[in-house]
Design a protein around this ligand. Structure first.
Ligand code: SF4
Ligand code: SF4
Length: 571
């Protein structure tokens, strides 16, 4: 109560750590207990800057969770951004299909309620970007957080432990680091093995800070990621489906993680794309992973990010494809070597688009363990082997290929595409968006265009949401259930980091207003800003209002890498 009173005396500007990760701050005894864990013993508090004390990071960005036998802690396929350390008890994990934990809460897409949808429809009009006062927002935020703390559901521990592929972890081991470090979905379901298992959960912002300021911690987490991440990735990749466990272990032991490009690639990209017309300079500045004509040095499996496949034409290069998660490069060349062909070299080059991390697997192991029994559809003529999935996909026209790769729209899982042949410029889509969002649309009908396709400046809910990287509070995040990138308004401090980080300029900073329409100001009289963007109309029964509102079927939300759907819709 005292805490709430103190907060109500403050102005409405959010600040880092206004909202701790748990219900309350971790108390000093709990922090001391966490610091005594082997994971933190060599983290030196004096190496942290005065404005970012280690104890405060743990107290604000950490929380304790107590779970009982069978309670699911994380679920495979969900987006999660926290690391767990076991304080007491034990957990078990299952890397197999998420269907194993079917029936648990996170497996269902949450449908917004009719009551809420009708409430929106008949709500009293409010000024654009109106925000409720801190007290109301806090209650809402706490309700949402309580939901995440309730747990996901329960499983039959005996039945799951009888399955192959389970693993157990006990105090003081860690888990969850792969998803937290890579902004990727959880790759295993984990549930409590014992009653009263106590976990320390550290959200991504705290993990990032401790990793930044403590070298031993960074080395430990990274080693863990390499050790566990490698085998997990191989297990998930379709090209290894027919490979036995022992062979896969051997492959994991001899494979290497490699990274190319810059994790935070936004600024470089923005200046390159705006520099001058033409695409030659964009390809040239992309880090080269393998060069056409060179000998084959292993199979490359794309782990995270995107890579461009190109071939030489005249004095330049032509894009012939792009690769992403689970795609491989070099398989057809290795198969040619296995058939006894001599002088096999790479028939195309591979470059990092922004940032990409790859796993390099020795050629000899691919020949020994992967080629025997490999389904024929994995072996394609070109060097870009797209998991065998692209075989049926309609090939992209060259110009369109250049357009989506050069502008890095291939990152977009839910891009807003307007068919310019059908759009009449009525702006019904923009008005529908405004109605659904504080009377202020979350996009303008504007964007880059090629032929009859315009990719609108609206959040694309990217595979690699670069906007998440620097947010100090974790306000911008992926929802666990749908993977949609959204902003928690109640903890956004208006720092603009995400707006500057989004490579596509799809986040807008807005000044917020009170009920009377007046701009809210902090104690110093400065307007209070918040980040806003498309949230795919979270809470709307019928999905994104923009697409529903268009009377001419001129606007669709599409995954840009689903070329078949995209080209069909464009006509
Ligand atoms: S804000 Fe930008 S980077 Fe982030 S998901 Fe949306 S389009 Fe992608
Ligand atoms: S402006 Fe963006 S980066 Fe800054 S706190 Fe808000 S959501 Fe996070």
């Amino acid at each position: 109560m005292e805490l709430l009173d103190q907060q109500d005396e403050r102005d409405e500007r959010n600040r880092r750590w206004d909202e701790p990760f748990g219900d309350t701050l971790l108390d000093p005894q709990a922090v001391a207990r966490v610091l005594a864990l082997p994971a933190f013993t060599d983290v030196e508090a004096e190496n942290f800057p005065p404005w970012l004390p280690l104890a405060d990071i743990l107290a604000n960005d950490g929380r304790l969770r107590r779970v009982n036998r069978g309670e699911v802690i994380i679920r495979k396929g969900d987006y999660g951004n926290s690391l767990f350390v076991i304080l007491e008890g034990a957990v078990a994990g299952l890397g197999a299909s998420a269907a194993e934990t079917r029936g648990t809460r996170a497996g269902r897409r949450t449908r917004p309620s009719w009551r809420r949808a009708l409430g929106r429809l008949f709500a009293r009009p409010t000024p654009p970007e109106y925000r409720a006062t801190r007290h109301n927002r806090r209650a809402r935020h706490q309700a949402a957080r309580a939901d995440t703390l309730q747990g996901i559901g329960k499983v039959d521990v005996n039945a799951l432990m009888a399955k192959s592929g389970t693993f157990t972890l006990s105090a003081p081991e860690m888990f969850g680091e792969i998803a937290a470090l890579t902004r990727s979905p959880r790759n295993a379901s984990v549930f409590a093995l014992e009653d009263d298992t106590v976990l320390f959960e550290l959200r991504w912002q705290g993990l990032r800070e401790i990793r930044n300021w403590s070298l031993p911690f960074r080395e430990r987490i990274d080693a863990l990621y390499h050790e566990r991440g490698l085998l997990t990735r191989l297990l998930q990749c379709p090209v290894f489906d027919h490979v036995g466990d022992a062979a896969l272990d051997e492959i994991a032991q001899h494979s290497l993680f490699e990274t190319y490009g810059n994790f935070d690639w936004t600024q470089r990209f923005k200046s390159e794309i705006g520099r001058r017309r033409g695409t030659g300079h964009i390809i040239e500045q992309e880090p080269l992973i393998c060069q056409e004509g060179n000998h084959v040095d292993g199979l490359l499996l794309i782990n995270n990010g995107f890579a461009r496949v190109s071939e030489r034409v005249d004095h330049g290069e032509r894009t012939i494809g792009h690769l992403s998660h689970d795609d491989t490069f070099g398989l057809s060349e290795i198969a040619a070597m296995e058939r006894g062909e001599h002088g096999v070299t790479l028939s195309a080059s591979l470059r990092a688009i922004g940032y990409v991390d790859v796993i390099r697997i020795p050629t000899s192991l691919i020949r020994e363990h992967v080629l025997p029994g490999l389904p024929a559809h994995f072996l394609k003529a070109s060097s870009g082997d797209q998991s065998g999935q692209a075989e049926t996909a309609e090939p992209m026209r060259q110009g369109m290929m250049d357009f989506v790769v050069d502008h890095r729209f291939i990152n977009g899982e839910n891009a807003m595409v307007i068919n310019l042949d059908r759009c009449v410029g009525c702006d019904d889509c923009v008005r529908a968006c405004a109605t659904a969002h504080d009377n202020n649309p979350r996009f303008v009908r504007h964007g880059h265009a090629f032929e009859n396709a315009m990719i609108v400046n609206a959040c694309m809910h990217c595979s690699d949401p670069v906007c998440l990287i620097g947010c100090p509070t974790g306000a911008i995040h992926r929802t666990a259930e749908t993977g949609t990138v959204i902003i928690d308004d109640s903890i956004c401090i208006g720092c603009s980091t995400c707006a500057n980080s989004c490579p596509y300029n799809n986040i807008r900073m807005v000044d917020i207003r009170d009920e009377t329409g007046a701009i809210m100001r902090d104690r110093e009289g400065r307007p209070i800003a918040r980040a806003t963007k498309c949230d795919l109309c979270a809470g709307q029964l019928t999905g994104p209002a923009c697409a529903q509102a268009c009377p001419h079927d001129a606007l669709a939300r599409v995954n840009i890498r689903d070329t078949e759907k995209l080209l069909k819709w464009l006509g």
